[in-house]
Design a protein around this ligand. Structure first.
Ligand SMILES: CC(C)(COP(=O)(O)OP(=O)(O)OC[C@H]1O[C@@H](n2cnc3c(N)ncnc32)[C@H](O)[C@@H]1OP(=O)(O)O)[C@@H](O)C(=O)NCCC(=O)NCCS
Length: 174
């Protein structure tokens, strides 16, 4: 069963195993900010980061230029398989590039429908936040991400500078 859970410092070992699969020191869409996976190996640094993510969900302790954001980890059978971010409002950067929702699934767990299902749950969160039209973007070359968005009802608006910008209407259901 797939569920979205809040960031949780007790999942440190599982999180590191997932992070290491990405094969570099960053996770695109992983809400690491300026932190690296190497830095997050330290339990205290990890716990502080988890605490910051929870603050950011309440709109507190935001870095300059960042908006309130809900970070959720994708869990299947109590194992971390990925992460999803839900930005509560759009700023200029998010309107052009980032969109409302970002996600990543660990390489060993791809092609199982997890990103598609997690995005559907994230869109439910967007509805609860009062968003009536969610912007979800991906690189024009990212076939997997484009498929995830289209399976969630995304309607392509345009592709400026190689970025596909889709809108999902959240007013017609739920
Ligand atoms: C994009 C990403 C989140 C998709 O995760 P996922 O859990 O594999 O997605 P799904 O299983 O829901 O796959 C959706 C569909 O995309 C298509 N797809 C997935 N990977 C594909 C690939 N490598 N080539 C072509 N199509 C692909 C498939 O049609 C797939 O469905 P199917 O397996 O039933 O045929 C994952 O590839 C990822 O984490 N990539 C790196 C980070 C990233 O790009 N994030 C998005 C930024 S916008």
């Amino acid at each position: 069963m797939l569920e979205l859970v809040g960031p949780d410092a007790t999942r440190h070992v599982d999180w590191l195993a997932m992070a290491d699969e990405f094969g570099r020191d960053r996770i695109e869409g992983g809400d690491l900010g300026s932190r690296t996976i190497a830095e997050l190996r330290d339990p205290n640094t990890f716990a502080a980061w988890v605490s910051l993510l929870r603050d950011n969900e309440r709109g507190e302790n935001l870095s300059d230029g960042f908006v309130a954001c809900t970070s959720r980890w994708i869990v299947v059978d109590d194992r971390l398989v990925g992460s999803v971010s839900i930005r509560h409002v759009l700023n200029d950067y998010l309107r052009e590039i980032g969109g409302h929702i970002g996600y990543a699934v660990r390489p060993s767990e791809r092609r199982k429908g997890y990103a598609t299902a997690a995005t559907a749950l994230a869109l439910d969160d967007c509805r609860r936040l009062g968003i009536d039209r969610a912007l979800v973007t991906c690189d024009d070359t990212n076939v997997a991400s484009a498929t995830v968005i289209e399976r969630n009802g995304g309607v392509l608006e345009d592709i400026p500078n190689g970025k596909r910008r889709y809108w999902v209407d959240l007013t017609d259901e739920g």
